[in-house]
Design a protein around this ligand. Sequence first.
Ligand SMILES: [Zn+2]
Length: 302
Amino acid sequence: MKNIGIDIGGTFIKAAIVEGRGKIVLSSKTPTPKNGQEIPKKVIEIIEELTGKAKIDISEIKSVGIGVPGVCDTKKGTIVNCPNIENCKSIEICKCISQRFGVDAYIDNDANCAALGEYTVSDMKSESFVFVTLGTGVGGGIILGGRLLRGINSAAGEVGHIVIKQNGERCNCGRRGCWERYASVTALVRQAKEAGFTGNVSGRSIFADRAKGNKKADEVIKQWLEYVAEGICDMVNIFQPEEIVIGGGISREGNIILEPVAEFAQKYSIKDTNSKRNTKIRISKLFNDAGVVGASFLYTQN
Ligand SMILES: [Zn+2]
């Protein structure tokens, strides 16, 4: 059985035909239209191209799932508003796709899709699962009892906006001191600049400097990882999930990120000290493919 996953980003639309438990048959990457209202037409073109190249008839596709970088209505199948794409408001995208191809179409926000992707490829078969992605901001998705936690406006799981420092750094959401202002890659870069790093500083460059033995880079990363760990520990205390996955491009650094964060969470989370059961924390398996793979599994949630 095959499904199509579409991951709409501010710059590119990624698409993939996915089969089994997350195997990508064929994928593509297309620039996102400047005018958001043109997205349904573009997505239809992408699906035609992809199935054409893969020599797959549309009747072999069970469903199409779409991830969007903003607010959507999962019940109506509409994009409500994507602030990073111009004129991307009130779009009946699922209806357009269903009518064109005669398949079921589903929608959710990109972080929920990524969470669902990582959840589906996990070997643990856990019932409770939290996904946290470290990038420009800190995003997340929560799965409880095998179901995505969507909340009353399909906007639950915005873990980046828990406040870890009252009157701290100002956040785009209107409050101050949100976790993402300290634990995102954007924050890591800011912290490095505050420590005296100049020029083209990126998350990758700071980790590269650390690997070369730069002490200042090591200190900056240690401090940043404490911020990451504070929030992860909150996730353990609130949900006590079987599994937490850390994703985003920076998670490719692997154990350098995972070990100190897991150690912190293990030390400070509330638990029965006699129990051997602990939340397992691991790094993403899908990295940049989590969004498309997860979108292709949206049919399991509807
Ligand atoms: Zn915020």
